[in-house]
Design a protein around this ligand. Structure first.
Ligand code: CO
Ligand code: CO
Ligand code: CO
Length: 312
């Protein structure tokens, strides 16, 4: 979108460039975002539910609540039978019910490669929202779901592993970031969600917008052990390498192996929230997360400087 002369108006609080756009109208502040993906699992019901969770995630990353959505569908009914799409929509409907989000409509196009996702509108209760800007030197970096999903999806597509053996990873992808979002809204200084650009790509966004350096310790980052196995076997999506190439100019590597860098760059579907908190709040955040049934891993720290440092 860079270099485009976009129309804007006084209601636009935050335009292109964060997890969602922010718009004030009347007494309310709304966020708006769109995301759609190709299948990450073979089961259409699960794909619909995971994609829905993934599309809602950008609203949660802003510390806001999704209220309504529109479906975006790419589907070819010569290649696939209609029951498949019905299952996708059923997965979506169940996830939207869980998120208390109303489906207002949608649009389908003919597409050889199936796609599914949502445009989502959310509301900022208390007129407060989070952005990728605001991390301070000394802050700790928190992550709420493991990484390695892109590698696992690649392994499924290549028939190296079955979905049944990856139930724990699928459960994490299905999980809404709603509760993590409540914690972030209360404590975070900056927040985003981990999706297509991988942990390093999204961490880099926070570093750049907040004008700090993020130091990430590999040994503290939660990873699926199957993803470690497959990446060492050189099974990983092209996106992992693309993401790595994108951040490498801004990356200081203190001794990680090639596979560790690829794992940290692996594109994620429906990943966790990545946010910074002041160190004094650590115990309070961990206590609250435990009460709410949310996993939290402290994976590093913000310091003065620019870009990202990765160490073991
Ligand atoms: Co996002
Ligand atoms: Co997005
Ligand atoms: Co239409």
């Amino acid at each position: 979108m860079q270099g485009l002369d976009l129309y804007t108006d006084p209601y636009t609080l935050l335009g292109v460039g964060d997890d969602a756009g922010v718009y004030a109208y009347g007494d309310s502040i709304f966020v708006h975002t769109v995301d759609f993906i190709t299948p990450v699992v073979n089961d259409p019901y699960l794909w619909g539910a995971i994609s829905t969770s993934n599309s809602l995630s950008d609203v949660y990353a802003m510390g806001c609540k999704p209220i309504n959505a529109l479906a975006i569908v790419g589907f070819n009914n010569c290649d696939l039978e209609v029951w498949v799409l019905k299952e996708v929509m059923r997965g979506c409907a169940d996830k939207l019910r869980e998120a208390k989000t109303v489906l207002l409509g949608g649009h389908t196009v003919d597409d050889k490669e199936p796609k599914f996702g949502l445009a989502v509108m959310g509301v900022c209760e208390g007129r407060r929202f989070l952005t990728q800007q605001g991390a301070k030197p000394g802050d700790l970096i928190a992550l709420t779901k493991p990484i390695g999903v892109g590698i696992l999806t690649k392994a499924i597509k290549e028939g190296k592993i079955s979905e049944r053996d990856l139930r724990h990873a699928i459960d994490y992808m299905l999980k809404l970031n709603d509760k993590a979002s409540q914690i972030a809204l209360e404590f975070a200084t900056a927040c985003t969600d981990v999706t297509g650009f991988g942990l390093l790509g999204h961490a880099y966004n926070i570093a750049r917008k907040s004008e700090v350096k993020l130091v990430i310790e590999f040994s503290k980052v939660p990873v699926y052990e199957e993803a470690v196995f497959f990446v060492k076997e050189k099974i990983y999506p092209k996106g992992a390498m693309d993401n790595y190439n994108f951040v490498k100019e801004s990356l200081e590597n203190q001794g990680l192996d090639w596979w560790q860098l690829l794992l940290l760059s692996d594109p994620v579907t429906s990943g966790g929230l990545l946010f910074t908190i002041s160190e004094e709040k650590r115990q309070e955040v961990e206590k609250k997360a435990k009460e709410m049934g949310i996993d939290i891993w402290i994976v590093g720290r913000a310091v003065e400087g620019k870009g990202i440092t990765v160490s073991y």
